[in-house]
Design a protein around this ligand. Structure first.
Ligand SMILES: [Zn+2]
Length: 345
């Protein structure tokens, strides 16, 4: 029995439970995605309480499931198409030479993250990244403490200071933003404030439960001249929200036509885009951006989930922004700005 199957069994058990037990089961379902090894292997030598999210009660539950070895139903649509850490490791081990040069989504204390700009840089450099995009939320997303123009500028100065400290190592923080988009694809920041940024992600954070086809909404977002990357396109969340639907071929074809990228938000609960949608992006020749969506220390490694999804979907290496070196990545963003009259038309 795989961790993915255990995740599904936890979620199904949660549906039949209440209160704290339900909460613990839901949490374990999420956590199973990130366990470092297969619980079934671990069970032979160690106590399963070593796994994050597993206490004595859930350990007994898992042991029972492993002993019974009953067939596990395929996951509910709310939980399908999520890779587990062990699957990610298997996929990456088949491509040993492949490694990202950097990560293109992260949050600091300027919005809803738990690390300062400086702490984030230290983590990213220690991770072996050449660059780390700092993509705090913009002012329209109040719930996540979005930045206004003034705060964005202040953060820019702080990033300059931090980058100066890393000048010799070659590591660099990229001035970026996860700009909140309206359903009409419009951003919420004064265009002038975006001038000094290296990269702009544009993401939807509202009306994510609409059932109707959202192709036009995506096309509008991609047409926004300030957006380089469409962030977590579907807006899905593991076991919580299925995310939006669209005619993905048309959406990705439009991204390709405009030379823009679509994101794999690699946070394990998101994995958005997922592998089957990435395969459509491959058919349309679309460029992919991978973001760990880091908020707290230790989460930069989530970028692996995105790289594994891209590999699994057959995304060509030259279509993955994170495989570019710093100069090539910045040049890519720069030519988009020129192409779309990004600044002061
Ligand atoms: Zn977001």
């Amino acid at each position: 029995m795989t961790n993915g199957e255990l995740a599904e069994l936890f979620a199904l058990s949660a549906e039949k439970s209440t209160g704290n037990l339900q909460k613990a089961l839901r949490r374990a379902s999420r956590m199973a995605l990130t366990w470092e090894c297969e619980a079934s292997d671990l069970a032979e030598t160690t106590e399963l309480t070593a796994l994050e999210g597993v206490g004595p009660h859930l350990e007994r539950l898992i042991t029972g499931w492993l002993d019974e070895d009953l067939p596990v139903p395929s996951p509910d649509p709310l939980r399908s198409g999520f890779l587990t850490r062990t699957e990610v490791r298997r996929i990456l081990s088949a491509r040993p030479g492949l490694a990202v040069q950097g990560d293109l989504q992260s949050h600091t204390t300027y919005s809803d993250g738990g690390m300062s700009v400086s702490e984030l840089a230290a983590q990213a450099e220690a991770q072996g990244f050449r660059y780390q995009a700092v993509t705090d939320h913009s002012k329209g997303l109040k719930i996540a403490g979005g930045m206004d123009e003034e705060e964005l500028a202040r953060q820019g100065h702080e990033i300059d200071d931090v980058n100066e400290r890393y000048a010799d190592s070659g590591f660099r923080l990229l001035k970026s933003l996860e700009m909140n988009l309206s359903v009409a694809g419009e951003g919420d920041m004064e265009p002038d404030s975006l001038k000094g940024l290296d990269l702009v992600l544009g993401s939807f954070h509202s009306k994510l439960r609409i059932k109707e086809d959202q192709t036009d909404r995506y096309r509008a977002a991609l047409a926004n001249p300030y957006v380089h990357v469409l962030g977590h396109p579907q807006g899905r969340m593991y076991n919580f929200r299925a995310g939006l639907t669209a005619d993905w071929s048309r959406v990705f074809a439009e991204a390709t036509r405009l030379g823009k990228a679509v994101e794999v938000d690699a946070f394990p609960d998101r994995q958005d885009l997922r592998v089957d949608l990435l395969r459509i992006a491959v058919d349309e020749g679309t460029t992919i951006s991978i973001g760990s969506d880091t908020h707290w220390p230790g989460q930069l490694r989530f970028v692996d989930f995105g790289l594994a999804a891209a590999i699994e979907a057959g995304v060509p290496e030259d279509k993955i922004l994170n495989l570019m070196d710093t100069e090539s990545l910045l040049a890519w963003a720069e030519q988009l700005r020129d192409l779309h009259d990004y600044v002061s038309p």
